[in-house]
Design a protein around this ligand. Structure first.
Ligand SMILES: [Zn+2]
Length: 283
């Protein structure tokens, strides 16, 4: 372990400024299941597509009737020691910012300041007509008030925590509409088949431009929207470090990889650098 920590420390100090690119692996220890699908956490094997959500009222009913059970687990989750280590590394000046594929806002809860939520945020819901934003918590209250939810005990829970809902119940489910204009409400996340806003992608490139390298943490990068930043950094001649259990799509581009207890190694590094940083501040 010490050897792995020393080796990563050496990498992180040469060069000195990095951007972190994080994924579902980071939030797994907070009780949020790792899915390759970055947006439909509770949708089980059938992730919702952007276009069908927009066009098909029955798909929206399906989404909200499942999300009413899936959201509390995300809404009530707390950051874990990996989120905290990443925040510490920003405080120390090692990370200039975080690009995250997660939609749970746990980096912000852990104290990271410069975070780009690449795939959006699940704690907000937007009206597709007037663009107004409502908190997901408020929507949850509405859903619970306007629907008679079956007892959790009566639902068939799948190993992934998703619920198999009786179809009949799903059909009668009341779906929220915009309070202002009656428009379609959509969680502020990028669904499959949807696209990340161009200005957000651009902000990620600028963050990488201003840094010396990229550290990939807890993602296999199967989704192109995250992978493109590894390719970009590589093309700019900037080093890539990968901290992930298992292979990633960017492995061939990396300068350094750690797949043996990668989060433990990162946490140790963060603690070491934070204590150096605290000493420097006292001088
Ligand atoms: Zn509206």
């Amino acid at each position: 372990m010490r050897k792995l920590v020393d080796s990563l420390l050496k990498q992180l100090q040469d060069p000195a400024r990095w951007v972190a690119l994080t994924g579902a692996g980071v939030s797994a220890a907070s009780g949020i299941p790792t899915y390759r699908d970055h947006s439909g956490l509770w949708l089980g094997s059938q992730p919702i597509q952007h276009q069908e959500f927009i066009e098909d009222p029955s798909k929206r009913r399906r989404y909200w009737s499942r999300s009413v059970f899936g959201w509390p687990r995300v809404g009530q989750a707390s950051p874990n020691t990996t989120h905290e280590a990443i925040a510490k590394l920003e405080t120390c000046g090692v990370f200039s910012g975080v690009i995250t594929q997660n939609v749970d806002r746990l980096h912000q809860s852990a104290g990271s300041h410069n975070v780009i939520d690449l795939h959006g945020r699940l704690d907000e819901v937007r009206c597709l007509s007037c663009r107004s934003i409502t908190s997901r918590t408020e929507i949850q209250e509405w859903l619970e008030t306007h629907n008679t939810l079956p007892e959790a005990a009566s639902l068939q829970l799948r190993p992934d925590g998703d619920a198999e809902l009786p179809l009949q119940w799903e059909q009668g489910f009341q779906v929220p509409e915009c309070y202002e204009c009656g428009g379609i409400m959509k969680p502020e996340v990028v669904f499959f088949g949807g696209s990340v806003p161009a200005e957000r992608v651009e902000a990620c490139y600028r963050l990488i431009d201003a840094a010396d390298g990229l550290v990939v943490i807890g993602t296999s990068l199967t989704v192109y929207s995250g992978f493109r930043f590894c390719r970009y950094a590589y093309q700019q001649g900037k080093p890539l470090i990968i901290l992930n259990e298992g292979e990633t799509r960017a492995d061939p581009l990396s300068r350094h990889r750690c797949d043996n207890n990668p989060f433990g190694v990162l946490i140790e590094c963060a603690n070491t650098l934070a204590s150096h940083h605290a000493e420097d501040c006292h001088v």
